[in-house]
Design a protein around this ligand. Structure first.
Ligand code: GTB
Length: 214
């Protein structure tokens, strides 16, 4: 059955791979699944045809036969459940990998998003200069704890899993901030994620769109 996802017609990041379709592309590449991409404009995202797929008018979405999904975490989880390569077979190890998926999206990503929003959406507001140190402290708080847990390990819990895919994706958003450079093991963790052939294919595919080659 054909898998179709949606992505920005032109991502605001110009192809840095930070829009969430990259996470879905990466999961599909790890799982060895072919997929098609329907590109949508900001305008089309808010129109009825797309809102029927995504009630919040966003990307990415995922369609496979009768099944239509939104929310990146749910989509990556679906791909990981249905195909090999992203979740361990052992029930306890699988539960822990799923726990890391939630930790990436529910615990680590929120302060990172807060920082991005403070800079991008509120950069010109009078309160931002006073607020930024507090927001950065909340990011560092989570990175300290994550770096302590990861230690010298390659991945969060044994072999690479969907938990690592989402955690690396979440941390990528911090690359330009310089904060990540304070944590050498997290920098190495990110590099290991980016070095995976499946990540490279996903990154190149979204770059081709944003560089106007597709
Ligand atoms: N919780 C949802 C999920 O995980 O799927 C959030 C989806 C979401 O935020 N989608 C964004 C979107 O469609 C794109 S990924 N925004 C358009 C809108 O809301 O109208 C977020 C994103 C956008 C841009 C960059 N960037 O330019 O760096 C990075 C991340």
């Amino acid at each position: 059955m054909t898998i179709t996802i949606t992505a920005f017609e032109r991502s605001p990041d110009g192809g840095k791979g930070l829009a969430r379709d990259t996470r879905v592309r990466w999961a599909l590449e790890e799982a060895g699944q072919r997929y098609e991409v329907r590109l949508v404009s900001f305008k089309a995202m808010k129109e009825p045809a797309h809102l029927a797929l995504h009630p919040f008018g966003q990307i990415p979405t995922y369609e496979e036969g009768e099944l239509a999904l939104f929310e990146t975490g749910a989509i990556v989880f679906h791909i990981a459940q249905r195909h090999g390569g992203l979740l361990p077979d052992d029930a306890s190890a699988r539960a822990r990998a799923i726990m890391w998926m939630f930790a990436a999206l529910n615990t680590v990503e929120p302060p990172i998003l807060e920082l991005a929003n403070a800079r991008l959406l509120e950069g010109d507001k009078p309160w931002t200069a006073g607020r930024l140190p507090l927001v950065k402290a909340r990011v560092r708080d989570k990175l300290d704890q994550l770096a302590n847990r990861l230690g010298d390990a390659d991945w969060l819990d044994g072999a690479f899993s969907a938990g690592d895919l989402l955690m690396v994706s979440v941390l990528l958003r911090l690359k330009a901030s310089g904060i990540l450079d304070e944590y050498s093991n997290l920098v190495a963790y990110l590099s290991r994620g980016e070095a995976r052939p499946a990540y490279k294919r996903a990154f190149d595919a979204q770059l081709a769109v944003n560089a106007g080659r597709k």
